[in-house]
Design a protein around this ligand. Structure first.
Ligand SMILES: *Cc1c(COP(=O)(O)O)cnc(C)c1O
Length: 405
């Protein structure tokens, strides 16, 4: 086993990100690709993920918040020629002037936001580029069909003053990850109608876009001019029951064993003694806890790869650490333990952790905290994905904690 120096680190394979974007570009069949890099590139690191996505053929970057767009601008990515960056989520009172000057595209789903952006453009003397956001049935951001004409009119009025240009029309699917869901067709036709209304009213968009990862991979008729994949960029499947689509997970979370000890039968482990050793056994301390983003709900549930096989977390996950039960196997302090990764070596994947916890892989990777350094590896064209081999979990006796997983 490899000896490592930091307590825990997230290894990010930038080659995998590039390859995943290339695969998505292929599937997008002519539509451009906006790689969603919000939330620190789904936990992988905003700027490195953005660079890798551009290397893979993305021509747009997507973020949720203005500050994220400004960070890309400062890194020299947002304004790079041939690259556009869209800020998807606007709130009142943000420094939109800075966004406009940085050359960011801004999404607007309400007339007040169009006006706020227009005023910022007036102050800075730089016309804004905006994307009108339609609520076609998700009931989250954007204007509903009823409110759409007022949004379009507000944008046309600001366009007439030369304060902005509507360069995009967009919406977002609620259930694209559930193939055949009746809302998919309804949202698609609502979007087409709203686009038609806007174009008849005089809007001349450069791009119309609706598709997240699931739609990019599964709903060809929703690709329009641009697709906005997020989770698939990082190699995680947006539709677990449809398989991996050939995507390669980019993040491997590892920790170095911090302490090994022999304890007798009947030893209660960690807070609350929810795990009690069934016999004399070797315990290893893993220096990563919920303060690093390891879900506390994973206590006595999640598995990791240590000393060549799967081991379930023994007892409660603490803020900085958790324990695993090695039986009679041993590790040396500093030996590498793989929490999740590609699955190629038999370790769990983020998808497997998500399944065990009743959540989605998005949450598993995005929540890995800033205390965990990201270590970047890999280059475009690293090997093909291989399927995960199931490991051998070896639980001890468990008290009140669940061992389902
Ligand atoms: C996050 C996000 C996406 C990407 O969604 P995935 O399911 O991760 O592909 C696309 N569009 C918008 C507006 C988003 O907020």
């Amino acid at each position: 086993m490899v000896t490592m120096s930091s307590p825990a680190e997230a290894r990010v394979d930038l080659g995998a990100i590039g390859d995943n974007v290339a695969l998505l570009r292929d599937r997008a069949a002519g539509a451009e690709v906006m790689a969603m890099v919000k939330a620190e590139g789904y936990g992988h690191g905003l700027v490195p993920a953005a660079r890798a996505a551009l290397a893979g053929g993305a021509t747009w970057l997507g973020v949720a918040k203005l500050a994220e767009g400004l960070e890309l601008h400062e890194a020299g990515l947002a304004g790079r020629s041939g690259v556009r960056t869209l800020v998807c989520l606007g709130v009142p009172g943000e420094p939109y002037g800075k966004g406009v000057q940085a050359g960011l595209d801004l999404a607007a789903g309400a007339p007040w936001l169009v006006k706020e952006i227009a005023e910022a453009a007036r102050r800075t003397g730089v016309p804004a580029r905006i994307h009108l956001k339609a609520d076609t049935g998700m009931s989250r951001g954007g204007a509903t069909g009823e409110d759409w004409p007022a949004l379009v009119d507000a944008a046309l009025a600001a366009e007439a003053e030369g304060l902005l240009r509507v360069v995009g029309l967009m919406s977002h699917f609620a259930c694209a990850d559930e193939p055949g869901h009746p809302s998919i067709g309804r949202q698609l036709s609502a979007f087409q109608e709203m686009v038609e209304h806007a174009e008849k009213a005089g809007i001349r968009p450069e791009v119309r876009h609706l598709s997240n990862s699931a739609a990019t991979l599964m709903i060809p008729e929703a690709r329009f001019d641009l697709v906005r994949p997020g989770i698939a960029v990082y190699g995680l499947t947006p539709v677990p029951r449809e398989g991996t689509f050939g995507l390669r997970p980019a993040m491997t979370l590892v920790a170095g064993a911090a302490l090994l000890k022999r304890v007798p039968e009947g030893s209660g482990v960690s807070y609350g003694h929810t795990y009690v050793t069934g016999r004399g056994t070797n315990l290893a301390l893993v220096p990563a806890g919920y303060g690093d983003g390891i879900p506390r709900h994973g206590s006595n549930v999640l598995e990791v790869l240590a000393a060549g096989r799967r081991r379930r977390i023994a007892g409660r996950v603490c803020m900085d650490q958790f324990m695993i039960d090695l039986g009679d196997d041993t590790l040396a302090a500093g030996d590498e333990i793989v929490l999740f990764g590609t699955g190629e070596r038999g370790e769990p994947t983020a998808q497997e952790w998500a399944d065990a916890l009743g959540t989605i892989s998005y949450e598993i990777v995005t929540r890995i905290g800033s205390r965990v350094p990201r270590v970047y590896t890999g280059g475009p064209g690293a090997g093909p994905p291989r399927s995960a081999k199931p490991g051998n979990a070896e639980p001890g006796s468990v008290g009140t904690g669940s061992v389902d997983g």
